[in-house]
Ligand binder design. Sequence first.
Ligand code: GLU
Length: 496
Amino acid sequence: MCGIVGALSSHEVAPLLVEALKRLEYRGYDSAGIATINGGILDRRRAVGKLANLSDLLVHDPLPGKSGIGHTRWATHGAAKVGNAHPHRAGSVAVVHNGIVENFRDLREELIAADIQPRTDTDTETVVLMTEYLRTQGLGVVDATRAAVARLEGAFALCFLFEGEDDLLIAARRGSPLVIGHGDGETFVGSDAIALASLTDRITYLEEGDTAILTRTSVEIRDAQDTPIKRPARRVRLDLALPDKQGHKHFMAKEIAEQPMVLAEALKGYAMGNGLSFHERGLNFTDVDRMVMTACGTAYLSCLTAKYWFERLARLPVEVDIASEFRYREPPVAPDTLAVFVSQSGETADTLAALKYVRKQARRIVAVVNQTESSIARESDIVLPIQAGTEIGVASTKAFTNMLIVLAAMAVQAGLDKNAFDKTVAAERLTALHTLPGLINRVFVGETAYARIGRKLAEANDILFLGRGAMFPIALEGALKLKEISYIHAEGYAAG
Ligand code: GLU
């Protein structure tokens, strides 16, 4: 998942855009770029790899201007190379895009038939080409953009910038989240409020299907039916500090080391002494007869692990689905079902789509998330923060363990509510959970030995992770982590 930013400022925007993109680094990306308007002229800079590469480029080849858009890309269509990086441009139109334009092939054929040749491998380019094409057919900027967006299928967030228009941004949200930030005579756009933390704390969340026409002094929003609509601006509390490696070699090492601390902190939020706080948060399992848990990647594996706990400890049947499978399968969800969605960012597109599907069936929805200002959190009935702090490493570590601790505490609550065990047993289980931070610290003691083993394992072509019971999903997660980090083929396998 990538990041989008936009700014109509009273200052030079290039540094503001890069700073805002830094705050979105936690989402992962393979390339980045910005575009600005200066003296009416549209120009852009793009670089593959770290944001630092884009910053370096800007030092040698600055991009002046007080209006601009920026993007960190995680390629879905077309390789991670400069030519495919955003912002994309066609004539006077530039766009940054998060998500996928599913009908881009049809649009592309239509454009080619009109003698317009795509120059990149991306789905995104069709958006600017179509907008520019409609402009040349006589439509004004706003109407052309609206008409182009109306032609798109898929899940996306878009932010447009136009040559000759120094005081105009157009933003559109369908599926992927997007927020507007309000400054003093300045207006901003971001994938989330965190991106804009150093610019403003006054945020308007766009709703599904919204289009926003922005100037420095006005915000005009239209809903999916194209009806003008007022959306409230809220003050959000955000951490201003930019993430720092704190002496560790990389963020993943830092985040692994943080596990005992953040785990203890999260546990405190749910289980103080022998008391659990789920009832105060509105979560009671007494009338819950089954659970469906939906997530992607590592979060999915946390659900798969928790399934063993809920079923064994609380005798509560649990179904676990990968969000993309769930959303396209469209399964029935019985009325007494509790639907749990787990996501570090709270913005995972498939998980959000699955949540919206369940929402239509009016089932109770619990979000287990790290980012409490996220779309998944905002669309849920009950939010259970995992309190892992910002996770920058793309391979999740501390967020995974904190998902597990929250789900484990939840399973103890479920067991109590379903009378699967009494208070004494619950107290024993909670005491066991409280010993975890200490135990993890003890694991760290072996670090030099692990480095030695790591060097041996690095020679392997294939590695199998074996596990039984709740350790089976942990084996799957181990294999996933090794693959992500080393590109060594690995598989998790049920030990039986
Ligand atoms: N589908 C677009 C691309 O591949 C956007 C991907 C993203 O969300 O970063 O360029």
